[in-house]
Design a protein around this ligand. Sequence first.
Ligand code: MEV
Length: 297
Amino acid sequence: MGKSVSSAPAVFFLFGEHAVVYDKPALVCSIEKRTTVKAEKSSKGYIKTDVEDLSYIKKSINKVREEIGTKENFSIEVESQIPVGAGLGSSAAVTTATIDCVSREVGEKLDKRKIAELSYEVEKEIQENASRSQTYISTLGGAAKIKKDRVEKIDLPSSPEIVIGYDGKSSSTSKMVAKVARLRKDINSVEGLINSLEEICLEGIKAIKSDNREKVGKLMNINHGLLEAIGVSSPSLDSMIWEARTSGALGAKITGAGGNGCIIALSGDRQKIVKNLNKKAEEVFTAKIDEGLIRKE
Ligand code: MEV
């Protein structure tokens, strides 16, 4: 058991994934599924985790060493409720929680925005092209509009009732981001689609602020259509999306990098969507907006 414990939440994109990599806005929210990291100083460091990719944890430890100027080793234990590589920010959660508890373990309580920025640097080193969306929301919690380095917290009039469907598969964010970058280079019209994603996000933010759920749902559907057009959906994601829509969801789209992973649906008749989506998904759960990084001494 580690001495310092931090937990960070999963996040989903209501609007704007991929476009946010090209400096367009995104609307991102944190939910109550969490990754918990325990850290303890130890001469022989080890990492115990069921999270497949250790690179985020190792780079997070190195980031703290550079930032604080320490050569300390750590024993790290990770427990996660977040599916890996599925569009819910599992890497952002493990990165922010690791940076927070490792730095506290050597006596430095970093400001939350600093943690978010260091975590963003880790994601960028691994993914090459990353936005601040997931690391900032995983740290700060709630809902926010993210555009480049501007993070604007949004007070939602009511928590959107979100159902999440998971196809049980994962994909690499860096590969999906690179796929979009290649398409954007090859096909000039892709720029117009990315501009449309920006307009949808801005209209979506207005709709959510005025609690116009029907409009939010319609915009989610259009957002998904554009993500499909830039090649980041798949048969398993599309079949969950159609199941949610035909079960009465106001809107449904992928969340995150796409390829495989999760879809989000705005309900509608929540029970009916959950029941029907279970036929197409490996796992289905409902999501409430939650707070960000939690520190336990
Ligand atoms: C990945 O979960 C979301 C992307 O927009 C990449 C990023 O924002 O870093 C595709």
